[in-house]
Design a protein around this ligand. Structure first.
Ligand code: FES
Length: 108
């Protein structure tokens, strides 16, 4: 397997409906994985990029969250429509999308 140029992690953590933090799955994480996979297939990107589901990344209230390495850029409140933008601008043009990045305040 070739080392991917970039690796996308999509949080699909689930929690009970009554959990105070909620979860990225409840906020729509799973369809994001499907959309990354669909676009990778459509654009012939498998081998260059990888997408992997993951458990909780931390800032649940901002979800669904998507983390892209090697840059370590986390995107918050990602929608299916945003996935095209992430693929075209961040993955293909190497230009992370500032407007989708999670607030720096979540790390303080
Ligand atoms: S549930 Fe996705 S970041 Fe915590």
């Amino acid at each position: 397997m070739p080392k991917p140029e970039k690796h996308v992690f999509v949080c699909v953590q689930s929690r009970p409906e009554t959990h105070p933090k909620g979860s990225c799955t409840a906020r729509g994480g799973a369809p994001l994985v499907d959309e990354f996979r669909r676009l990778f297939e459509e654009k012939g990107l498998w081998g260059r990029f990888q997408v992997t589901t993951t458990g909780c990344l931390g800032p649940c209230e901002e979800g669904p969250n998507v983390l892209v390495y090697p840059e370590g850029v986390m995107y918050a409140k990602v929608t299916v429509e945003n996935v095209t933008e992430i693929v075209e601008q961040h993955l293909l043009e190497n230009s992370p999308i500032e407007s989708l990045k999670i607030s720096e305040e979540v790390w303080s």
